[in-house]
Each structure stands twice: as structure tokens, then as C-alpha cells.
Design a protein around this ligand. Structure first.
Ligand code: SAH
Length: 263
């Protein structure tokens, strides 16, 4: 039997957010590889073996998946959200690049999933209507100076900014610092979205002004996606329900020209 590898995005939460294509790829697998909690989301199927691992050992897990595929297994590597966004797809290709030359002959496919940023944006309205970027606040894989340099550039260029991995027990202060930095550049009333566990039963959404968001940073956790609005991002208040957050598509003035004027 010829082996294969599918790198699959499970979407943000419940199975209804899984694409039919990803579902078919999951069903076709003989072996599932991934971080334990993600594997638990996939219903057990007779004849399918699950190989759970710790969250921190991505490249090792990727090598294991490639080795299983090379043995002839139909392997599926699973990630939450989209596998290409701060997740397993890059780890698999890193392992492929450094690994056995024969692995390059394996058929490898990537099945996209709904990433947390898009799921969160949909709940809030249309905050990503203009230009935006995504930054992981985790400094496990890159120095914190790189994170702040990128944040500063994105803030100066007036992108809406989605912050992944905002906080964890091992990284309790990064989100506070990031929001403080944002508050030196953006207005205090800039909408900030805290979207937690989107697509899961315990989902919650909070919309705060930037000044309040700085104070609330400690209430975010690993399951939270934080989104900082741009200058044009605004709220449509509604009685009895949460406001809509959106960013109009049209831009009339240049933030870069403004910042160049300042420096
Ligand atoms: N590949 C994933 C991201 C992995 S990084 C994706 O595409 O969504 C993990 C971070 O993603 C978390 O710390 C959190 O910031 C965000 N995240 C993942 N699932 C989420 C969800 N359901 N709701 C809110 N944020 C989520």
C-alpha cells in the first residue's frame, strides 16, 4: 500500500464548522496524529488509530506522521482552525525539508479550515473589512523583540490586528504589553474584540474600548482571539444586544503618511 499524508484543519470548534472536504479526508485516514484535545474532537472510527501527543512537540509529531506515511499508512495530521495558521502544516514541511529524501515522494495534501480570526470576525460583524494582519504573541518560537517590532509596524500602518496565542500560564504578560503598545498609537475608544472559544458551547464575545481592553488583558486565556480595530473600525450600537463591529472597505487618508510626518 502507498502511504499518504493529509494535513487537516478542524475549524474552530464544533463539527459543523468542519468542511466536507476535511471530513472526507479524516474518514479516509488509517492513522490520526495530533495534539490530544484536537484528536478528541474527531469521532472514533473502527480501524482508525489515534496517536496523541503533547502540544509542544510539533516537528517531532510531524516527523512521526511522515514516518507512518512512509510505512504505507494513510495519515491525517489534525490542527484546530486552519492547519496553515500557526499550526501543523508548517511543522510538517519543516520536517519534510530536513527529513528522509524518500518522504518527498509521498502524496501530501492540506485541507483548509476556518481559522479563529475568521470565526471571531464573523461573530463580531465585519472587523476585517479593510486590510488586516495576524500576529502570534507567543514568544516560544520567536524572540519577543520580533513580536513587538511587527506589532509596531502593523499599528503604524493602521492594520486591523488579530492576536493569536495572546496569553498562557507560561506567558502571562505579553497581551498586556501588546495592548499598552497599541494604546500609545491608537485612540482609547478603538474597538477591541475578545473572542473566546468561538464555535464551542462555551463561546463568548466581548467588545471593549482599547483603554478598557488594556485593563482587561488578564481576563483573556489561551482559547481567546484578540482583535484590535484600525482607525476606521467602528461600532453600530443595538438595543438589547451586542453592537456590530465593522471596518469600512474604503480608506480616505494615508496612515503611513501620517506616521512619516510624526517621525
Ligand atoms: N490553527 C489555529 C490557530 C492555532 S494558535 C487556527 O487557525 O485557528 C492557537 C490560538 O488560536 C489560540 O491561543 C487562540 O488565540 C486562537 N484560537 C484557536 N481556536 C479558537 C477559538 N475557537 N476561539 C478563539 N480563539 C481561538
Amino acid at each position: 500500500m502507498t502511504g499518504s499524508l493529509a494535513i487537516i484543519g478542524l475549524g474552530p470548534g464544533e463539527a459543523r464548522y468542519l468542511t466536507p472536504s476535511a471530513q472526507a479526508a479524516l474518514e479516509a485516514a488509517s492513522d490520526l496524529v495530533g495534539y490530544g484535545p484536537y484528536l478528541e474532537r474527531v469521532p472514533a472510527r473502527a480501524g482508525q488509530t489515534k496517536h496523541a501527543s503533547d502540544n509542544r512537540v510539533e516537528v517531532e509529531r510531524a516527523r512521526h506522521a511522515l514516518a507512518l506515511a512512509a510505512e504505507g499508512k494513510a495519515v491525517a495530521v489534525v490542527s484546530g482552525g486552519d492547519p496553515g495558521v500557526f499550526a501543523m502544516a508548517a511543522a510538517v514541511f519543516e520536517a519534510l525539508e530536513a527529513g528522509e529524501p524518500s518522504w518527498r515522494r509521498l502524496p501530501i495534501t492540506v485541507e483548509p479550515g476556518v481559522t479563529a480570526m475568521l470565526a471571531a470576525a464573523a461573530r463580531a460583524g465585519a472587523p476585517l473589512g479593510g486590510d488586516f494582519c495576524a500576529i502570534s504573541l507567543s514568544d516560544n518560537l520567536k524572540p519577543w523583540e520580533v513580536v513587538t517590532a511587527r506589532l509596531l509596524a502593523a499599528l503604524t500602518a493602521d492594520f486591523v490586528i488579530a492576536l493569536y496565542n495572546p496569553i498562557s500560564k507560561a506567558r502571562p504578560w505579553q497581551l498586556g504589553r501588546a495592548l499598552e503598545l497599541a494604546a500609545t498609537i491608537r485612540a482609547p475608544e478603538t474597538p477591541v474584540i475578545f473572542a473566546r472559544a468561538v464555535g464551542r458551547p462555551d463561546e463568548s464575545l466581548r467588545i471593549l474600548g482599547l483603554a478598557d481592553a488594556v485593563a482587561a488583558a488578564g481576563s483573556a486565556d489561551m482559547a481567546t482571539l484578540v482583535m484590535i480595530g484600525a482607525a476606521a473600525t467602528r461600532l453600530i450600537p443595538r438595543e438589547g444586544t451586542s453592537p456590530i463591529v465593522y471596518t469600512p472597505r474604503s480608506v480616505t487618508k494615508s496612515p503611513c503618511a501620517t506616521s512619516q510626518g510624526r517621525t
